[in-house]
Design a protein around this ligand. Sequence first.
Ligand code: NDP
Length: 449
Amino acid sequence: MNSIDEKLQPILSTVLHRNAGEEEFHQAVHEVLESLGRVISKHPEYADEALIERICEPERQIIFRVPWIDDRGDVQINRGFRVQFNSALGPYKGGLRFHPSVNVGIIKFLGFEQTFKNALTGLPIGGGKGGSDFDPKGRSDREIMRFCQSFMIELHRHIGEYIDVPAGDIGVGGREIGYMFGMYKRLTNRYEAGVLTGKGLSYGGSRARTEATGFGTTYFVQRMLGTRDTGFEGKRCVVSGSGNVAIYAMEKILSYGGIVVACSDSDGYVVDEAGIDLALVKEIKEIRRGRISEYARLKGEGSHYIKGGSVWDVPCDVAMPSATQNELTGTDARTLIKNGVIAVGEGANMPCTPDAVHLFQKAGVLFAPGKAANAGGVATSALEMQQNASRDSWSFEKTEERLATIMHNIHDACAATADEYGAPGNYVLGANITGFVRVAEAMRAMGVI
Ligand code: NDP
């Protein structure tokens, strides 16, 4: 890891001590503090009144029991979380993740990142995140519904359109949001459309929200490639995952003339030299809710499936890690660099380990951090809130145009900040500083809160 300014060392020590064992949270704080040394040298006032310490401490953390009954009639218990990290810029905003790996440290890392990401969008949203260690895999539709309803019976006390607005994340898509919204409506006796985003179009959802994160990441990377006078056209791309972010990243890459040669899920990856057939991936994942291994069986000749292994072994020009945190390691980064990768765009949150990021930067590979590159999802969620507040519904074209403008602005702001702080082309630094300054300005104006 890179070093941290000595004035910020005590802050990191406190975070490590106070949040013992929460490795992903430590990693996320470490990365932001690494960038802030340059800020406090130039603007020492940002270190006053324990501002940075306050930014590293969530405003509120809620942990609750989620009991539910499975199809056999047995009682199951899961744990629910909501971390309301920072509300300086607006109501807490951030997704819900249902995955067995979820714990408080993971939710805190995601909420911390979300605070800066949301600030980067320029829209009035604070940062939060939540979820459960519930594993939706293999569960029937009825079980998913009962779980979502039980989860909302507790969560509804803590959220609201002016308080905290959750959305989807890993394991939480349109189906789950629908079940949760239905229960929220019933419990509160209010049609408060702006309390959740990622809703279906028939009850207050926004067009282009489903596509937004994957499309947004691709817009960002296209603009980043533009700084080297190139673009996706004709480039070999590898996208990890085959969920919401991955599917729509692939769709936008294809529309730019790129060729996606591999994608994955948590069991393994498929390679198709002729280019991944996205319609088939959508059918397997969005309709059948199946495994990516089925791709090779259905597609047949020209494609093959590799169980386990690393999708980053497949040579490419552009890599888009879009599955989960720490999925691309230093070893993977070395392989990608050896194979001639020119750009990496994080569709997922913190998918590259710190040593992988460092290796990319050292090798001169363009690197787009998730905090900036995947902000299109939450930005479009904020556009969904705008539509709900004005009881309006925009066209796909209008929404996508707003998304594209937001992503270009984020890219340009990160690039300009990196230049201003003497690190041209360092989007990690640019994103961390731009997001931090926006949150810090608002917090300074509000006194010690
Ligand atoms: P989905 O649940 O739709 O898809 C996740 C994909 O990643 C699946 O293919 C899944 O495979 C794979 N995956 C999950 N965990 C692992 C793991 N431990 N190892 C390998 N593969 C894994 O989630 P999303 O596409 O919504 O989210 C993906 C990433 O993008 C997450 O980091 C999320 O926080 C981030 N993100 C999402 C946003 C959104 O709008 N959805 C917004 C911003 C960021 P399998 O099915 O086998 O589990």
